[in-house]
Design a protein around this ligand. Structure first.
Ligand SMILES: Cc1cc2nc3c(=O)[nH]c(=O)nc-3n(C[C@H](O)[C@H](O)[C@H](O)COP(=O)(O)O)c2cc1C
Length: 323
């Protein structure tokens, strides 16, 4: 059987499957179930910046582009910041796999001190889900980028545990942004944040969420950037978005990912489905005569130039076919 161990944020993980930050990881029983099903690590459901702010009496008026089931006005404050620390402590007592906390932040520095409490509660690492998207004509892109860098830098300066930054793809230069995040101390990069998708319901005359869960074809947008980043930047990469089967896990590893963070498939099939994915992963590697995933990590593309020319040639071929 192939060796499917991998390294991520300084930890040796027994395999590359991480249960992504989502409502499933808000619950201790699910976290235990994930460990039993073979999942190598979990990322807790994000604590939203507002949940910390509201306890301190401050409320942000900024818009969260991916608030998922979070609704500020109603059941929005899902944890309360002290409950979050309790969940970390409980998870650390009950499971042996690494438990990464997650904070969804867009602006405030209020919670940066709070990150220290997350570390003290025993989290093995912190995923910074920075989800500021510019909606204003007055937002200078450099200022937006600086906001991301400032958050990452201040957190890193205050913590001893590793940090990973989860970003979306709305950057003019994704490789540049990732390099800068690494320069200010990010140990890992999680690509990409899957923002809330909204449609307009013409019957209800309301702007409504759609495509709550991913489909498998979405992963190819992620795959490209995994490859581009891996070829140029020495940083741990967690791929997330549309990874629905073992073959896709391997595609991401070939392109350079250390791990994959999966949510939708576990909502659809149950957390226990990780067992099937692991069987499929081992079988595929055996069938391909591959001895370890370390041996194939990053083997997908030789050089960044190859990447560029391949994408351009494919595009030209498609144009040629259409003509
Ligand atoms: C219901 C739901 C809730 C989520 N909540 C969070 C969250 O709180 N923080 C976060 O960083 N990502 C959150 N995500 C995004 C997932 O962590 C993951 O990155 C994304 O769903 C892509 O993976 P998938 O295609 O396997 O679903 C959520 C996803 C879903 C489906």
């Amino acid at each position: 059987m192939a060796d499917i161990k991998t390294f991520y944020l300084g930890y040796e993980l027994k395999n590359p499957i991480i249960l992504a930050s989502c409502s499933l990881t808000r619950n201790i029983d699910n976290i235990c179930q994930a460990e039993s099903a073979g999942v190598a690590a979990v990322v807790l459901k994000s604590l939203f910046e507002e949940e910390i702010q509201s306890e301190l009496g401050a409320v942000s008026s900024d818009f969260h582009p991916e608030a998922y089931e979070y609704e500020y006005s109603s059941a929005g404050l899902m944890y309360g910041s002290s409950k979050y620390l309790d969940l970390i402590k409980e998870a650390k007592k009950r499971v042996k796999i690494p438990v990464f906390a997650s904070v969804n932040c867009i602006d405030s520095e209020i919670w940066i001190d709070y990150a220290k409490s997350i570390e003290e509660a025993g989290a093995d690492g912190l995923e910074l889900n920075i989800s500021y998207i510019s909606f204003s004509v007055n937002d200078d892109p450099r200022e937006v980028e600086k906001r991301y860098l400032d958050i990452a830098e201040s957190v890193k300066a205050n913590l001893n545990i590793p940090i990973a930054v989860k970003i979306g793809w709305y950057f003019t230069s994704i490789p540049y942004m990732v390099k800068r995040l690494k320069d200010v101390g990010a140990d890992g990069i999680v690509i990409f944040n899957r923002y809330y998708q909204l449609s307009y319901d013409i019957d209800k005359e309301k702007y409504v969420p759609v495509n709550y869960f991913s489909n498998a074809s979405e992963t190819y947008q992620v795959l490209r950037w995994v490859g581009v980043i891996h070829k140029q930047i020495d940083i741990n990469i967690a791929a997330t978005g549309g990874i629905h089967n073992a073959k896709q896990i391997l595609e991401h590893i070939y392109m350079g990912a250390s791990v994959v963070e999966i949510a939708s498939v576990f909502y659809k099939n149950g957390i226990k489905y990780a067992e099937n994915m692991l069987v499929e992963l081992n079988k595929t590697l055996d069938d391909m005569n591959i001895s370890s995933i370390k041996a194939i990590r990053g083997k997908g593309i030789d050089t960044i130039e190859e990447f560029k020319s391949l994408e351009r040639v494919q595009y030209m071929k498609i144009l040629g076919t259409k003509a």
